[in-house]
Write a protein that binds this ligand. Structure first.
Ligand code: HEC
Length: 153
């Protein structure tokens, strides 16, 4: 097999160009980009908390509580960036149309996350991992529930 045949290289070059143009469409000022950045930070924060609860990271009640505070702040940040879809924004999005057709349900899912994060924050202040664990799972379930209804996979 000769990989350097022009006939083989051409599709690769085309794929590369497509890939690069897809990336250049990700505009850091677009609302889609901004909400995804917040979600990524939410995931990083909650993952680090989960690692501690599972023992993959050393338990540190102070750091855990600080992350719970951070998560509470993050939990209200993505929503203003869910503006009506803009044809000129080519950022890749997994947002389902249901967000705009069922706004009340979408808001309810946001409130659920906020409630759960607040309860998690309160229990995190006790520093008691056994008490924290069920509240942490409840918080994660509110992420999953919203994704099932409103995020494309
Ligand atoms: C009220 C609904 C809702 C809740 C609650 C929610 N999400 Fe999401 N999440 C979404 C939607 C909608 C998207 C798709 C955004 C897009 O692609 O435009 C998303 C996307 C994401 C992404 C992918 C971002 C990317 O780069 O494409 C991550 C990671 C994520 N959420 C993590 C979380 C975590 C962690 C939680 C809980 C702490 C959470 N989400 C709670 C609705 C929600």
């Amino acid at each position: 097999m000769n990989l350097f045949k022009p006939a083989r290289l051409l599709p690769c070059a085309l794929a590369l160009i497509l890939l690069m143009s897809a990336c250049s469409h990700e505009d850091p000022n677009s609302p889609v980009y901004k909400r995804k950045q917040v979600f990524k930070e939410m995931l990083r924060t909650s993952q680090s908390m989960r690692d501690m609860l599972k023992g993959a990271k050393t338990w540190d009640a102070k750091t855990f509580a600080a992350n719970a505070d951070k998560l509470q702040q993050l939990a209200s940040q993505p929503w203003p960036y869910f503006v009506a879809p803009d044809q000129n924004d080519h950022s890749k999005t997994d947002a389902k149309a249901a967000i705009w057709t069922h706004p009340q349900d979408f808001h309810a899912a946001q409130d659920k996350l906020r409630d759960n994060v607040t309860q998690l924050k309160d229990v995190a202040a006790t520093g008691d991992a056994d008490k924290i664990r069920p509240r942490f799972s409840a918080m994660e379930e509110s992420c999953t529930a919203c994704h099932k209804a409103f995020r494309e996979f």
